[in-house]
Ligand binder design. Structure first.
Ligand SMILES: Nc1nc2c(ncn2[C@@H]2O[C@H](COP(=O)(O)OP(=O)(O)OP(=O)(O)O)[C@@H](O)[C@H]2O)c(=O)[nH]1
Length: 318
């Protein structure tokens, strides 16, 4: 039986950061990771650099709705390839859900599919809660509430930025063991220990905040750092709390040979990170925005206007 653990948590809670760290631990490197992202381009796949023993399989769309059957198919297909020697002989599977997934239908699929039940065993659900945004997120989004309610273990992330929102968590899940980790520095043996699970959980239908969509921006030409900064400020001012998440790989005009990794969650822009090289040889900037009722063309038009203004200002100075 292959153990399967589900790692969930709202947009930007730190799921990929945690999994990157887990895969670096030699005792956990022989893991297969299935990443599911809300958005049309799979960025996490590029950000979760896998080691030789581990590997990452990605899907986009909403895991709990559209590709629920996909998870079953993906797990069985991975197992077939493992048996055939086409992929490393992984010892377990870690499923990273999108931040907008309600885990209930995912658990249902894992617990009721006969072929899966004969080959895989659900280990448990680890839910990440961001200390900075957790209380507000839990108050506003049904997906986040269900992620906490269904957790076997809860890991509070970003405790370096804000206090642990214990009251909001305990109101939804009074019993699950709770840990705290900065930048994913949690103990995998604790996180993924087997959890006792009731045979039946009520109400499997997915719950979603209405009106959330994703917008992708792709650019061939590098973007000046000043234009990027002004764009993010403009977006935050115009969209306010409707902008839930922004992430991307960006070619900055000042240093286009390495991709800058961009992360923002609500108003909080995390410090830029850098990858050593462009994944897959594609040097285009690609940014995904997830938000509520943000006009589809607004972010790209705002960026184009700011870039033109920055270029005109630079020309005036020379
Ligand atoms: N200060 C601080 N930042 C953190 C911590 N954990 C994660 N981050 C940052 O939070 C941002 C989002 O982290 P990710 O790991 O991409 O979050 P995610 O849950 O995978 O995001 P989605 O897949 O979009 O839902 C990144 O900039 C991380 O570096 C932490 O403990 N402290």
């Amino acid at each position: 039986m292959i153990p399967v653990s589900v790692v969930t948590g709202f947009l930007g809670a730190g799921k990929s950061t945690l999994l990157r760290r887990v895969l670096r631990d030699p005792a956990w490197a022989d893991s297969a990771v299935i990443v599911n992202e809300f958005g049309e381009i799979p960025l996490d796949h590029d950000l979760l650099a896998a080691s030789e023993e581990s590997f990452v399989s990605a899907s986009t769309g909403c895991l709990c709705c559209v590709v629920r059957d996909d998870l079953t198919r993906t797990l069985l297909e991975l197992l077939r390839r493992r048996e055939a020697g086409e992929v490393p002989r992984y010892a377990r599977v870690l499923v990273e859900t999108s931040g907008l997934a309600d885990p209930a239908p995912i658990l249902h699929a894992l617990m009721t599919d006969a072929a899966l039940g004969a080959t895989h065993a659900l280990r448990g659900v680890v839910t990440l809660v961001d200390a900075l945004h957790g209380a507000v997120t839990l108050a506003r989004h049904p997906e986040a509430q269900r992620q906490v309610m269904l957790a076997d273990r809860i890991l509070v992330t970003k405790p370096d930025l804000a206090p642990v929102p214990e009251a909001a968590i305990r109101a939804l899940n009074p019993a699950a063991p709770l840990g705290v980790a900065v930048h994913g520095a949690a103990e995998p043996d604790w996180l993924f220990a087997p959890a006792p699970r009731p045979a039946d959980l009520p109400d499997w239908a997915a719950r979603h905040t209405t009106g959330i969509g994703s917008i992708v921006i792709e650019r061939e030409a590098p973007i000046p750092a000043l234009a990027l900064t002004l764009w993010m400020q403009g977006l935050a001012e115009q969209c306010g709390p409707r902008l839930l998440r922004l992430k991307g790989l960006v070619a900055l005009a000042e240093q286009p040979e390495r991709p800058a990794v961009l992360h923002a969650i609500g108003h909080m822009v995390h410090p830029l990170d850098w990858l050593d090289a462009w994944p897959g040889g594609n040097h285009h900037s690609r940014i995904v925005l997830i938000g509520e009722r943000i006009p589809r063309h607004f972010p790209a038009r705002l960026l184009a206007a700011i870039e033109a203004e920055v270029a005109a200002e630079a020309a005036r100075r020379t």
